[in-house]
Write a protein that binds this ligand. Structure first.
Ligand SMILES: Cc1cc2nc3c(=O)[nH]c(=O)nc-3n(C[C@H](O)[C@H](O)[C@H](O)COP(=O)(O)O)c2cc1C
Length: 397
């Protein structure tokens, strides 16, 4: 990240999650309801654990905003954990109740979670709760709050994001790269937020079956960003290439094990003439009949829709348990189950959107510069005018 910085803090069952987003220009108008709506999307979906019924996340702003406009100082966002009262004795920052903490001690690491790797890494094997509380995807609430602000910034320039679930476990709704129109069919209120709401019943049934068997499921999320001007990112330096920056951000979402840009997975097995996007003259600049590259060439946006897929592994806390070893005794034993999701895939689209918005807002600010929205607006106008022979914000896709 070159213009923006995001730091999140807080434990899953601690008092709150916090995000500090630094680098936003002064004068960006924010809307509390819009941030809360993103937070609600993160809690939505069939297959989530009981916690989503306890929590109803809302944002509090502790700094960087006055009268609904950013001040140019760090934006400090807080999402309170409503479950905190029930965990106080175990998670108090100053003094936990030894009996309560012992009852909640975790010594059998879950395969697939951060328990063992994080416990060994930070010398906290005596109680893996010290690790799992932070590794928990509850942290993504802070990212979503900050990401919604970045999406607001992008929206000012007509840049919009759509997303949805393409696959739940082995059940495919859409194979291959999604496009803008496909994701227009997503009903954010449907149980699994796929682009085929009427067809979701069989997926809901699959999640139900997995729950009955004590199993968990992963899946695939697709996202498309429309309206990005050409030239974001860099063809010059490996660490500024936008493809790498986007992949890193999406890969950092808990459970994501693969990120695909455009038809990146499919073109690997095609010949060159079927892998790229012809450049042809259009009525208002250049157009592409296809978008296999997914909006990026050479680590730089090319003006087409940005197309991303994120592949999520199944949740690693299984009610039926997984083979492990008790670190306190050295004895083998199955992992324990604590209220957990069967699948979190329906919550994932908004998290992917948040990470894309964060990186893209950073990349846009990088080329436009400016500490005040008025300056950023002027730079946007100048850049759009320069690109006019080749690209117009209206010619998207
Ligand atoms: C929205 C969301 C919710 C999740 N909920 C759970 C959960 O309830 N139980 C669990 O064991 N893992 C859950 N995970 C996955 C873990 O957070 C993740 O597997 C763990 O942090 C290890 O990171 P890694 O999978 O990226 O290696 C969730 C992931 C996401 C994105």
């Amino acid at each position: 990240m070159r213009r923006l910085r995001l730091l999140t803090g807080g434990e899953s069952h601690g008092p709150a999650l916090t995000a500090i987003l630094e680098g936003l220009p002064a004068g960006l108008e924010l809307d509390r309801e819009a941030i809360d709506a993103w937070l609600a999307r993160r809690q939505h979906g069939f297959g989530r654990g009981g916690r989503q019924r306890i929590e109803r996340d809302t944002v509090e702003v502790l700094g960087g905003l006055r009268d609904g406009r950013t001040l140019g100082s760090p934006l400090v966002l807080r999402v309170v954990n409503r479950d905190w009262e029930n965990w106080r004795e175990v998670m108090d920052p100053w003094r936990v109740d030894p009996g309560a903490a012992a009852a909640r001690r975790v010594t059998r690491p879950r395969p697939g979670h951060a328990d063992l790797s994080g416990g060994l890494g930070t010398a906290q094997t005596e109680d893996l709760r010290n690790v799992l509380e932070r590794a928990s995807a509850r942290e993504t609430a802070a990212r979503v709050a900050a990401g919604s602000v970045c999406a607001r910034f992008l929206g000012r320039y007509g840049i919009a994001i759509r997303s949805g679930v393409l696959q739940v476990g082995p059940h495919v709704v859409h194979r291959g790269a999604p496009d803008w129109d496909l994701l227009g069919g997503v009903d954010p209120g449907s149980p699994l937020v796929t682009p085929d709401p009427p067809g979701e019943e069989r997926l809901v049934e699959a999640v139900r079956e997995a729950r009955e068997r004590g199993e968990t499921l992963g899946g695939v999320v697709g996202a498309v960003v429309r309206g990005l001007p050409p030239g974001l990112g860099s063809h010059v330096h490996w660490d500024r290439k936008l493809d790498g920056r986007l992949a890193r951000a999406v890969m950092s979402i808990p459970s994501v094990k693969a990120v695909v840009l455009g038809e990146g997975l499919e073109v690997a097995s095609r010949v060159g003439s079927e892998a790229h996007d012809a450049i042809v003259p259009g009525e208002r600049g250049l157009t592409r009949p296809t978008n296999r590259a997914g909006g990026l060439e050479g680590g730089v946006t090319n003006g087409a829709d940005l197309v991303v897929r994120a592949f999520f592994k199944p949740i690693s806390t299984l009610r039926r348990g997984l083979p492990s070893v008790d670190l306190a005794t050295g004895e083998p034993g199955a992992t324990a189950w604590e209220r957990s999701d069967v699948t979190a895939i329906a919550s994932a689209p908004v998290i992917v959107e948040a990470m894309l918005a964060l990186v893209l807002a950073d990349a846009l600010l990088e080329v436009l510069g400016g500490n005040a929205m008025a300056d950023v607006d002027a730079a946007w106008e100048a850049r759009t005018a320069r690109l006019a022979p080749w690209w117009s914000p209206a010619d998207r896709g």
